[in-house]
Design a protein around this ligand. Structure first.
Ligand SMILES: *[C@@H]1O[C@H](CO)[C@@H](O)[C@H](O)[C@H]1NC(C)=O
Ligand SMILES: *[C@@H]1O[C@H](CO)[C@@H](O)[C@H](O)[C@H]1NC(C)=O
Length: 372
Protein backbone atom coordinates (compact mmCIF):
# COMPACT_ATOMS: atom_id res chain seq x y z
CA UNK A 1 0.00 0.00 0.00
CA UNK A 2 2.76 2.33 0.97
CA UNK A 3 4.77 1.49 -2.14
CA UNK A 4 1.84 2.09 -4.46
CA UNK A 5 1.08 5.46 -2.98
CA UNK A 6 4.70 6.52 -3.21
CA UNK A 7 5.03 5.32 -6.81
CA UNK A 8 1.81 7.11 -7.60
CA UNK A 9 3.13 10.25 -6.01
CA UNK A 10 6.58 10.40 -7.64
CA UNK A 11 5.50 11.48 -11.15
CA UNK A 12 3.44 14.27 -9.55
CA UNK A 13 6.36 15.49 -7.52
CA UNK A 14 8.55 15.43 -10.62
CA UNK A 15 5.99 17.45 -12.50
CA UNK A 16 5.98 20.07 -9.75
CA UNK A 17 9.78 20.24 -9.83
CA UNK A 18 9.80 20.54 -13.59
CA UNK A 19 7.34 23.40 -13.37
CA UNK A 20 9.42 25.19 -10.73
CA UNK A 21 12.61 24.82 -12.76
CA UNK A 22 10.87 26.02 -15.91
CA UNK A 23 9.42 29.05 -14.14
CA UNK A 24 12.81 29.92 -12.65
CA UNK A 25 14.42 29.70 -16.08
CA UNK A 26 11.75 31.93 -17.62
CA UNK A 27 12.22 34.44 -14.80
CA UNK A 28 16.00 34.47 -15.28
CA UNK A 29 15.65 34.96 -19.01
CA UNK A 30 13.19 37.82 -18.58
CA UNK A 31 15.50 39.47 -16.04
CA UNK A 32 18.50 39.09 -18.31
CA UNK A 33 16.58 40.51 -21.21
CA UNK A 34 15.45 43.49 -19.18
CA UNK A 35 18.99 44.24 -18.00
CA UNK A 36 20.23 43.97 -21.54
CA UNK A 37 17.44 46.17 -22.82
CA UNK A 38 18.00 48.69 -20.11
CA UNK A 39 21.69 49.17 -20.73
CA UNK A 40 21.98 48.79 -24.43
CA UNK A 41 18.82 49.96 -26.07
CA UNK A 42 18.93 53.70 -26.10
CA UNK A 43 17.06 54.46 -29.23
CA UNK A 44 13.70 56.13 -29.27
CA UNK A 45 11.65 54.27 -26.72
CA UNK A 46 9.65 56.38 -24.31
CA UNK A 47 10.37 56.87 -20.65
CA UNK A 48 7.74 54.39 -19.57
CA UNK A 49 6.29 54.07 -16.11
CA UNK A 50 8.21 50.84 -15.53
CA UNK A 51 11.47 52.66 -16.27
CA UNK A 52 10.47 55.42 -14.01
CA UNK A 53 9.96 53.12 -11.06
CA UNK A 54 13.61 52.11 -11.34
CA UNK A 55 14.70 55.39 -9.83
CA UNK A 56 15.47 54.66 -6.19
CA UNK A 57 13.16 56.45 -3.80
CA UNK A 58 14.50 58.22 -0.74
CA UNK A 59 11.42 58.75 1.34
CA UNK A 60 12.98 58.65 4.79
CA UNK A 61 13.01 62.24 5.90
CA UNK A 62 15.90 62.18 8.32
CA UNK A 63 15.76 65.96 8.73
CA UNK A 64 12.99 65.23 11.20
CA UNK A 65 14.81 62.61 13.27
CA UNK A 66 18.11 64.46 13.67
CA UNK A 67 18.23 66.66 16.76
CA UNK A 68 21.90 67.68 17.11
CA UNK A 69 23.52 70.90 15.93
CA UNK A 70 22.94 71.10 12.17
CA UNK A 71 26.08 71.62 10.10
CA UNK A 72 26.78 72.93 6.62
CA UNK A 73 29.22 70.73 4.70
CA UNK A 74 31.56 72.96 2.68
CA UNK A 75 32.79 70.76 -0.17
CA UNK A 76 35.72 72.08 -2.19
CA UNK A 77 36.59 70.83 -5.67
CA UNK A 78 40.27 71.67 -6.14
CA UNK A 79 42.92 70.95 -8.76
CA UNK A 80 45.74 70.97 -6.23
CA UNK A 81 46.01 73.32 -3.26
CA UNK A 82 43.47 75.95 -2.21
CA UNK A 83 44.99 79.26 -3.30
CA UNK A 84 42.37 81.30 -1.42
CA UNK A 85 42.78 79.41 1.88
CA UNK A 86 43.78 82.64 3.69
CA UNK A 87 40.36 84.13 3.00
CA UNK A 88 38.52 80.98 4.11
CA UNK A 89 40.71 80.97 7.24
CA UNK A 90 39.26 84.33 8.29
CA UNK A 91 35.78 83.12 7.30
CA UNK A 92 35.91 79.98 9.47
CA UNK A 93 37.57 81.84 12.36
CA UNK A 94 34.27 83.59 12.91
CA UNK A 95 32.26 80.38 12.85
CA UNK A 96 31.18 77.93 15.50
CA UNK A 97 33.21 74.73 14.94
CA UNK A 98 30.05 72.70 15.57
CA UNK A 99 28.22 74.44 12.69
CA UNK A 100 30.23 73.25 9.72
CA UNK A 101 32.34 70.48 8.19
CA UNK A 102 34.98 70.76 5.46
CA UNK A 103 35.78 68.28 2.67
CA UNK A 104 38.24 68.74 -0.18
CA UNK A 105 38.48 66.72 -3.36
CA UNK A 106 41.90 67.38 -4.81
CA UNK A 107 44.20 65.42 -7.10
CA UNK A 108 44.89 61.88 -5.84
CA UNK A 109 47.61 61.82 -3.20
CA UNK A 110 47.43 65.55 -2.39
CA UNK A 111 47.54 66.05 1.38
CA UNK A 112 46.54 69.27 3.14
CA UNK A 113 49.00 69.94 5.96
CA UNK A 114 51.29 72.73 7.15
CA UNK A 115 53.40 72.41 4.00
CA UNK A 116 50.50 72.80 1.54
CA UNK A 117 48.10 75.24 3.20
CA UNK A 118 48.31 78.32 5.39
CA UNK A 119 45.00 77.45 7.02
CA UNK A 120 44.81 74.75 9.68
CA UNK A 121 41.09 74.48 8.97
CA UNK A 122 41.99 72.41 5.92
CA UNK A 123 44.49 70.04 7.52
CA UNK A 124 43.67 66.47 6.49
CA UNK A 125 40.34 67.46 4.98
CA UNK A 126 41.19 65.80 1.64
CA UNK A 127 39.25 62.74 0.52
CA UNK A 128 41.40 59.63 0.52
CA UNK A 129 39.55 58.12 -2.44
CA UNK A 130 39.81 61.08 -4.82
CA UNK A 131 40.10 60.54 -8.56
CA UNK A 132 41.79 62.30 -11.45
CA UNK A 133 39.37 64.92 -12.76
CA UNK A 134 39.15 66.12 -16.35
CA UNK A 135 37.49 69.54 -16.45
CA UNK A 136 34.25 69.26 -18.45
CA UNK A 137 34.28 65.48 -18.22
CA UNK A 138 32.10 63.08 -16.26
CA UNK A 139 34.94 62.55 -13.76
CA UNK A 140 33.94 66.00 -12.49
CA UNK A 141 30.48 64.79 -11.44
CA UNK A 142 32.03 61.64 -10.01
CA UNK A 143 34.25 63.82 -7.82
CA UNK A 144 31.17 65.78 -6.68
CA UNK A 145 29.51 62.51 -5.74
CA UNK A 146 32.57 61.39 -3.75
CA UNK A 147 32.38 64.65 -1.79
CA UNK A 148 28.67 64.15 -1.14
CA UNK A 149 29.16 60.56 -0.03
CA UNK A 150 31.91 61.54 2.40
CA UNK A 151 29.82 64.41 3.79
CA UNK A 152 26.69 62.24 4.11
CA UNK A 153 28.55 59.97 6.53
CA UNK A 154 28.16 62.62 9.22
CA UNK A 155 24.44 62.80 10.11
CA UNK A 156 25.00 66.33 11.48
CA UNK A 157 25.61 67.64 7.93
CA UNK A 158 22.23 68.99 6.79
CA UNK A 159 23.24 71.22 3.88
CA UNK A 160 25.85 70.50 1.23
CA UNK A 161 27.54 73.40 -0.52
CA UNK A 162 29.83 72.76 -3.48
CA UNK A 163 32.65 75.26 -4.02
CA UNK A 164 35.60 75.60 -6.36
CA UNK A 165 39.15 76.51 -5.48
CA UNK A 166 38.53 80.01 -6.87
CA UNK A 167 35.32 80.70 -4.90
CA UNK A 168 35.09 83.38 -2.24
CA UNK A 169 32.42 83.99 0.40
CA UNK A 170 30.64 87.36 0.06
CA UNK A 171 29.29 87.39 3.64
CA UNK A 172 30.34 86.31 7.11
CA UNK A 173 29.67 82.81 8.36
CA UNK A 174 26.56 83.47 10.40
CA UNK A 175 24.83 85.24 7.51
CA UNK A 176 25.57 82.34 5.15
CA UNK A 177 24.61 79.78 7.80
CA UNK A 178 21.21 81.34 8.46
CA UNK A 179 20.51 81.85 4.75
CA UNK A 180 21.29 78.27 3.71
CA UNK A 181 20.01 76.52 6.83
CA UNK A 182 16.88 78.66 6.96
CA UNK A 183 15.71 77.32 3.62
CA UNK A 184 14.14 73.87 3.40
CA UNK A 185 14.88 73.95 -0.32
CA UNK A 186 18.05 73.23 -2.27
CA UNK A 187 19.59 75.97 -4.41
CA UNK A 188 20.09 74.52 -7.87
CA UNK A 189 20.36 76.60 -11.01
CA UNK A 190 18.10 74.77 -13.43
CA UNK A 191 16.49 75.81 -16.68
CA UNK A 192 15.26 74.43 -19.97
CA UNK A 193 18.07 74.01 -22.45
CA UNK A 194 16.46 74.78 -25.78
CA UNK A 195 19.29 76.43 -27.64
CA UNK A 196 22.35 74.28 -27.53
CA UNK A 197 21.20 70.83 -28.45
CA UNK A 198 23.41 69.09 -25.94
CA UNK A 199 20.66 66.58 -25.33
CA UNK A 200 21.49 63.40 -27.15
CA UNK A 201 18.36 61.60 -28.46
CA UNK A 202 20.08 58.31 -27.68
CA UNK A 203 19.54 59.10 -23.98
CA UNK A 204 15.78 59.06 -24.36
CA UNK A 205 15.20 55.54 -23.06
CA UNK A 206 16.38 56.69 -19.64
CA UNK A 207 16.30 60.51 -19.73
CA UNK A 208 13.25 61.94 -21.50
CA UNK A 209 13.90 65.17 -23.34
CA UNK A 210 11.34 67.08 -21.26
CA UNK A 211 13.44 66.41 -18.14
CA UNK A 212 16.69 67.68 -19.66
CA UNK A 213 18.03 70.72 -17.78
CA UNK A 214 20.99 73.01 -17.81
CA UNK A 215 22.50 75.06 -15.00
CA UNK A 216 25.50 76.00 -12.94
CA UNK A 217 27.31 73.12 -11.26
CA UNK A 218 27.72 75.15 -8.03
CA UNK A 219 24.91 73.79 -5.90
CA UNK A 220 23.71 73.88 -2.30
CA UNK A 221 21.65 70.81 -1.46
CA UNK A 222 19.46 69.67 1.40
CA UNK A 223 20.28 66.22 2.73
CA UNK A 224 17.59 64.25 0.91
CA UNK A 225 18.70 65.71 -2.44
CA UNK A 226 22.36 65.08 -1.60
CA UNK A 227 21.46 61.40 -1.23
CA UNK A 228 19.68 61.32 -4.57
CA UNK A 229 22.82 62.67 -6.27
CA UNK A 230 25.33 60.61 -4.27
CA UNK A 231 23.63 57.27 -4.85
CA UNK A 232 22.11 57.64 -8.32
CA UNK A 233 23.07 54.66 -10.46
CA UNK A 234 20.56 55.13 -13.26
CA UNK A 235 21.32 58.52 -14.80
CA UNK A 236 25.09 58.61 -14.19
CA UNK A 237 25.89 55.65 -16.51
CA UNK A 238 23.99 57.40 -19.31
CA UNK A 239 25.94 60.61 -18.75
CA UNK A 240 29.23 58.70 -18.77
CA UNK A 241 28.34 57.14 -22.09
CA UNK A 242 26.43 59.84 -23.94
CA UNK A 243 27.28 63.24 -22.43
CA UNK A 244 30.85 64.05 -23.43
CA UNK A 245 32.68 67.21 -24.28
CA UNK A 246 33.67 67.33 -27.93
CA UNK A 247 37.44 67.82 -28.03
CA UNK A 248 38.87 70.69 -30.10
CA UNK A 249 40.25 69.83 -33.54
CA UNK A 250 43.72 68.42 -33.09
CA UNK A 251 45.90 68.06 -36.16
CA UNK A 252 47.98 65.31 -34.59
CA UNK A 253 44.88 63.13 -34.32
CA UNK A 254 44.46 63.04 -38.12
CA UNK A 255 41.46 61.14 -39.40
CA UNK A 256 40.38 60.32 -35.85
CA UNK A 257 39.13 63.93 -35.72
CA UNK A 258 36.31 63.03 -38.05
CA UNK A 259 34.86 60.61 -35.53
CA UNK A 260 35.51 62.90 -32.55
CA UNK A 261 33.85 65.88 -34.22
CA UNK A 262 30.74 63.81 -34.87
CA UNK A 263 30.43 63.17 -31.15
CA UNK A 264 27.57 64.97 -29.44
CA UNK A 265 28.94 67.96 -27.57
CA UNK A 266 27.81 67.93 -23.94
CA UNK A 267 29.27 69.19 -20.67
CA UNK A 268 28.23 66.77 -17.91
CA UNK A 269 28.60 69.07 -14.91
CA UNK A 270 26.29 71.68 -16.45
CA UNK A 271 23.43 69.19 -16.75
CA UNK A 272 23.74 66.26 -14.38
CA UNK A 273 22.35 67.39 -11.01
CA UNK A 274 19.55 69.52 -12.45
CA UNK A 275 18.43 66.81 -14.87
CA UNK A 276 18.61 64.12 -12.19
CA UNK A 277 16.51 66.16 -9.72
CA UNK A 278 13.98 66.97 -12.47
CA UNK A 279 13.69 63.24 -13.20
CA UNK A 280 12.90 62.66 -9.53
CA UNK A 281 10.18 65.33 -9.76
CA UNK A 282 11.95 67.35 -7.07
CA UNK A 283 11.86 70.75 -8.76
CA UNK A 284 9.16 71.89 -6.36
CA UNK A 285 11.74 71.49 -3.57
CA UNK A 286 14.28 73.74 -5.28
CA UNK A 287 15.09 77.41 -5.45
CA UNK A 288 15.93 77.17 -9.14
CA UNK A 289 19.03 79.37 -9.05
CA UNK A 290 22.58 79.21 -7.76
CA UNK A 291 24.02 81.00 -4.72
CA UNK A 292 27.41 81.27 -6.45
CA UNK A 293 27.98 84.21 -8.76
CA UNK A 294 29.92 83.78 -11.99
CA UNK A 295 30.45 86.48 -14.60
CA UNK A 296 30.71 85.18 -18.16
CA UNK A 297 32.37 86.76 -21.18
CA UNK A 298 32.46 85.57 -24.72
CA UNK A 299 35.83 85.43 -26.36
CA UNK A 300 37.33 83.96 -29.49
CA UNK A 301 39.62 81.00 -28.97
CA UNK A 302 42.46 80.05 -31.26
CA UNK A 303 40.01 77.89 -33.21
CA UNK A 304 38.22 81.14 -34.13
CA UNK A 305 35.02 79.90 -32.58
CA UNK A 306 33.57 82.06 -29.84
CA UNK A 307 33.19 80.46 -26.48
CA UNK A 308 32.12 81.54 -23.03
CA UNK A 309 34.60 81.90 -20.18
CA UNK A 310 34.19 82.94 -16.56
CA UNK A 311 35.78 86.29 -15.76
CA UNK A 312 38.55 86.18 -13.16
CA UNK A 313 38.41 88.97 -10.59
CA UNK A 314 41.89 90.34 -10.02
CA UNK A 315 43.00 93.16 -7.73
CA UNK A 316 41.56 95.94 -9.92
CA UNK A 317 38.19 94.32 -10.59
CA UNK A 318 37.52 93.29 -6.97
CA UNK A 319 36.94 96.91 -6.07
CA UNK A 320 34.19 97.75 -3.57
CA UNK A 321 31.82 98.96 -6.33
CA UNK A 322 32.05 95.64 -8.19
CA UNK A 323 31.53 93.61 -5.02
CA UNK A 324 28.56 95.76 -4.05
CA UNK A 325 27.09 95.33 -7.53
CA UNK A 326 27.28 91.53 -7.15
CA UNK A 327 25.83 91.59 -3.64
CA UNK A 328 22.96 93.85 -4.71
CA UNK A 329 21.63 91.43 -7.35
CA UNK A 330 18.24 90.20 -6.19
CA UNK A 331 16.85 88.50 -9.29
CA UNK A 332 17.96 86.43 -12.24
CA UNK A 333 16.32 86.29 -15.64
CA UNK A 334 16.09 82.92 -17.42
CA UNK A 335 15.64 83.66 -21.09
CA UNK A 336 14.70 80.19 -22.30
CA UNK A 337 11.80 80.04 -19.85
CA UNK A 338 10.94 83.77 -19.79
CA UNK A 339 11.25 83.35 -16.04
CA UNK A 340 12.40 86.06 -13.70
CA UNK A 341 13.56 84.41 -10.52
CA UNK A 342 13.33 86.74 -7.53
CA UNK A 343 15.79 85.36 -5.03
CA UNK A 344 14.26 83.88 -1.91
CA UNK A 345 15.38 81.93 1.12
CA UNK A 346 12.53 80.57 3.20
CA UNK A 347 10.06 82.81 1.32
CA UNK A 348 12.02 85.95 2.24
CA UNK A 349 13.44 88.15 -0.51
CA UNK A 350 17.25 87.98 -0.21
CA UNK A 351 20.34 88.86 -2.23
CA UNK A 352 20.94 86.08 -4.77
CA UNK A 353 24.61 85.39 -4.16
CA UNK A 354 26.52 84.16 -1.11
CA UNK A 355 29.69 83.17 -2.96
CA UNK A 356 31.45 84.38 -6.09
CA UNK A 357 34.02 83.09 -8.56
CA UNK A 358 36.54 83.21 -10.04
CA UNK A 359 38.92 85.17 -7.83
CA UNK A 360 42.69 85.44 -8.13
CA UNK A 361 44.82 85.63 -4.98
CA UNK A 362 45.11 89.42 -5.38
CA UNK A 363 41.39 89.74 -5.89
CA UNK A 364 40.66 87.72 -2.76
CA UNK A 365 43.26 89.75 -0.85
CA UNK A 366 41.51 92.98 -1.78
CA UNK A 367 38.13 91.50 -0.88
CA UNK A 368 39.48 90.54 2.54
CA UNK A 369 40.78 94.06 3.11
CA UNK A 370 37.20 95.27 2.58
CA UNK A 371 36.21 93.19 5.58
CA UNK A 372 33.92 90.73 3.82
C1 LIG B 1 27.39 89.27 9.45
O1 LIG B 1 26.92 89.95 8.31
C2 LIG B 1 25.63 90.47 8.44
C3 LIG B 1 25.16 90.97 7.09
O2 LIG B 1 26.17 91.53 6.35
C4 LIG B 1 25.64 91.55 9.53
O3 LIG B 1 24.35 92.12 9.68
C5 LIG B 1 26.09 90.91 10.83
O4 LIG B 1 26.21 91.90 11.83
C6 LIG B 1 27.42 90.19 10.67
N1 LIG B 1 27.68 89.38 11.85
C7 LIG B 1 28.87 89.31 12.43
C8 LIG B 1 28.97 88.42 13.61
O5 LIG B 1 29.81 89.93 12.00
C1 LIG C 1 25.64 77.80 15.12
O1 LIG C 1 24.46 77.04 15.18
C2 LIG C 1 23.55 77.40 16.18
C3 LIG C 1 22.44 76.38 16.18
O2 LIG C 1 21.88 76.21 14.91
C4 LIG C 1 23.07 78.82 15.91
O3 LIG C 1 22.16 79.23 16.90
C5 LIG C 1 24.27 79.77 15.85
O4 LIG C 1 23.86 81.06 15.51
C6 LIG C 1 25.30 79.28 14.86
N1 LIG C 1 26.51 80.07 14.93
C7 LIG C 1 27.00 80.74 13.89
C8 LIG C 1 28.26 81.51 14.13
O5 LIG C 1 26.46 80.77 12.80
Amino acid sequence: MKRTSSSLFTPNLWLIWKTIILLTLIFLLVTLFRIQFYFYDDDDSQFSSSRRSRLPVYDEDDDKVFDGNPRIAFMFLARGDLPLDFLWQSFFENADAANYSIYVHSEPGFVFDETTTRSSFFYNKQLTNSIKVGWGESTMIQAERLLLRAALENPANRRFVLLSDSCVPLYNFSYIYNYVMGSSKSFVDSFLDRKEGRYNPRMSSVIPKRKWRKGSQWIALVRSHAKVVAYDDVVLPVFKRLCKRRPPLDASKGTQNLRLQKQHNCIPDEHYVQTLLAMHDLEGELERRTVTYTSWIQSATNMETKSWHPVTYNYASSNPEQIKRIKDIDNVYYETEHRREWCHSNAILVPCFLFARKFSRDGAMRLMSQGV
